[in-house]
Ligand binder design. Structure first.
Ligand SMILES: [Zn+2]
Length: 255
């Protein structure tokens, strides 16, 4: 079978037998993929220092016949994003981003916007950008790319526009806002959001990915966003997000 090549960012790695590695990566033209790198634990030439978490690689592979594991035959390192593996706060946010992509995307379902978004997050945090801010914007836009964009302009029940005459909260069950008057009527557990955070997120939903870094999202609004998106995502996935426990203390540290 002929070999093919694609770019990919490594989302997860695990050992397989004595010498192989199972590699999950996200590619702009293949989507999320899982492959086996035969002899990767031993090979000094083909894979050493390349098959690492978060690395951007040019991967040479043989496709599988039935959409099973592909066979990685070689990889060229394009960008290691080295500081993500050595700095704790950077590592935990990159790990959360990778887990979210694994949970929210399907294999063999490419979306170049998701690849660009992941590159943006890794580059931003690797080059010293605020991890909480970058993570909050990444999570918001990932949900949008996957068809779960939160509706942040009006109360979903009375249709009143967001303004400072009422308080608004996001309902995790619907991903939409509800105002304080309607919320008492429906008695649902909703996550209260400050007007300032809602306005920031409305802007973040409109910007191009490369413009996100310009948004001056203060840390307290980033924390509020991450908590709200965590609640919403937990509801969508109907399961826990493991990486959350590594950033939860930092996120819930209210000033
Ligand atoms: Zn309302």
């Amino acid at each position: 079978m002929p070999t093919c090549s694609t770019w990919g960012i490594i989302l997860n790695l695990s050992g397989h037998g004595e010498s192989d590695k199972i590699v999950t990566f996200y590619s702009p033209d293949l989507g999320r993929m899982t492959g086996i790198a035969k002899g990767a634990k031993r090979s000094k030439k083909r894979f050493v220092n390349k098959l690492e978490l978060f690395s951007l690689l040019d991967i040479t592979y043989r496709p599988s016949r039935n959409n099973g594991l592909i066979f990685l035959s070689e990889a060229e390192l394009k960008e290691p994003f080295l500081s993500l593996r050595t700095r704790h706060r950077r590592y935990t946010m990159a790990a959360l981003a990778c887990e979210l992509i694994i949970r929210f995307t399907s294999e063999h379902d490419p979306d170049p916007e998701i690849f660009t978004l992941l590159c943006w997050l890794l580059e931003t945090v690797n080059s010293g950008g605020q991890p909480l801010k970058a993570g909050a914007l990444f999570h918001l836009r990932l949900l949008g790319a996957c068809g779960y964009q939160p509706e942040l302009t009006i109360c979903s029940l009375c249709k009143k526009q967001v303004n400072n005459s009422r308080f608004f909260a996001l309902q995790p069950a619907t991903g939409s806002l509800v105002c304080n008057r309607c919320n008492t009527r429906v008695q649902q557990s909703a996550f209260a959001l400050s007007l300032q955070t809602i306005k920031f997120l409305q802007t973040a939903q409109q910007l191009k990915i490369h413009q996100l870094q310009r948004l001056q999202l203060p840390e307290k609004n980033a924390r509020e966003t991450l908590q709200m998106l965590y609640r919403y995502s937990q509801h969508l996935l109907q399961r826990d997000i493991h990486s959350w426990k590594f950033i939860v203390q930092e996120v819930c540290l209210w000033d």
